[in-house]
Design a protein around this ligand. Sequence first.
Ligand code: ZN
Length: 314
Amino acid sequence: MIDITREIKVFLGDNRGRFPFCNCLMIDDEIKAVIDTGAGMPFTTAGFNPDVVLLSHYHPDHTRDAAALSRPLYCHPADIPPLEKEEVLLEYTSFEELGGEQARLILDFLKYRPLAVAGGFADGDLLDLGRTRLRVLHTPGHSPGHCCFFEEREGILFSADIDLTSFGPWYGHNSCDLDAFEASIKRVMELKPAVIISGHADPIREGREEALRAYLEKIAERDRVLLDFLREPATLDQVTDQRFMYGKHPEPVFLYRHFERKMVKQHLDRLYTRGQVQVGKGVYRRLGKGRSFFKRGKIKQDCPPLCRNSITGG
Ligand SMILES: [Zn+2]
């Protein structure tokens, strides 16, 4: 656990909050609150019994163990349906495309349980917990209802899955929106927070602006790598095989390959919309000219290290 102020503490998740766990925020005030519940261990291990649970978004690595807490849950309305119904979660996460057996394996891996949500909050709401007041920032992209929470007096930001990991932004579900994610990162940058606490990385006090800029730049870097690769035509599966996003796919491999494919598709869709690639019969190709740093047959050696250091998944 890391003390940020007298009332605000970071409850570090298992494996330092790396997927499928997350870091959570504990606010020990007149109203005791937690933000997210995916630490992989109960808050009672820190002697803390929250009155309410605030969820940054619907992803199961942030909500595991929420059912066991039996406290009122609040979330942005756009993310409530997949919290409450498994079939909606399967649709939002695109796990339904994997078929019943693999989808079930993933839900068990993530310990998904449908939850009853007590209510929602909206962009701009001020959550008054006593001395601590949290401004809700609706920051969609990673999920439709993804929210950050900003303690304005001291500039403390809980950025959830604008997570500032070395992997970079993650958008591996159909319900993700790459353009919205970029806009949300820019919005967070404008806040100039003094401390950033995220769902999957250690709190950042020094170099916050640089960390946010590098995180945002990952998206443009991925665009460039894909555009360069598509100087020669390739299908979505052929691009996925290059593992440009992950570098390598850990176990369960089918799950990470699925995430890779979805993230690549997000880029291809917007490159198509921007008129930078064309697509016909499932084959993508770059439009216009550009210098290539790839040579076919040597792709892995020449691949820029987009994401060698950390594994993420939602
Ligand atoms: Zn997430």
